[in-house]
Ligand binder design. Structure first.
Ligand code: NI
Length: 198
């Protein structure tokens, strides 16, 4: 009887242990897939700006940056993102000049430097549009843990892409993220204390 109880207790303890470990693993996996590790977002890149000039991450060193991905024929998310970022720049006043938004295309096939230029400049001249070879785009998206995928649409195609806006420090380190559907007031509130740091 006593031995039976002990055995039952041990089984219960073992079950709890196994469940806890399984839950921990699940949570760890969820973090892996949904929340990119803060220290590993960003890194070197080599791209072409909207004036056709070859650029690297070093060209933007020493500046606060907003890095985000999209494409100029995006029906909704990208126009929303760019318009909110341009309103955020205005809301920040002179502090907005310390912030350099970098819009990186995930559709380099269609988004030539010229296409990027007319698109970003329609929102705010302070926004830089970056394109590159498919390999360069793949590399920078990987560095920022950004996702994108071509989706066929009749004879044409559209792009699926992740919508996070990465706030990068002047030293190139990741600071935080904004969501494209944050209001300009919310974005400005988050950015103000950072930009005031210098
Ligand atoms: Ni988009």
């Amino acid at each position: 009887m006593k031995r039976g109880f002990l055995l039952a207790a041990m089984v219960v303890v073992a079950a709890i242990l196994v469940t806890s470990v399984a839950l921990l693993l699940l949570e760890w996996r969820a973090r892996e897939t949904h929340q990119p590790s803060m220290t590993t977002i960003g890194g070197p890149f080599s791209l072409t700006d909207q004036d056709g000039k070859k650029v690297t991450d070093a060209d933007y060193a020493g500046q606060w940056k907003l890095v985000f991905f999209g494409f100029t024929s995006c029906p909704e998310v990208c126009p929303t993102t760019l318009s909110r970022i341009s309103l955020t720049l205005k809301a920040l006043g002179p502090l907005g000049d310390k912030l350099h938004p970098l819009f990186i295309t995930v559709d380099p096939e269609r988004d030539t430097p010229e296409a990027m230029k007319s698109y970003v400049e329609a929102f705010d001249k302070r926004i830089t549009g970056l394109t590159g070879t498919p390999a360069e785009i793949e590399a920078v998206a990987k560095a920022y843990r950004a996702f994108y995928q071509k989706v066929p649409q009749g004879n044409d195609y559209t792009m699926d892409h992740s919508t996070l806006i990465y706030v990068m420090r002047p030293d190139g380190q990741f600071e935080t993220m904004l969501r494209y559907d944050d209001t300009p007031a919310e974005m400005a509130e988050k950015l103000k204390p950072l930009l005031e740091q210098g």
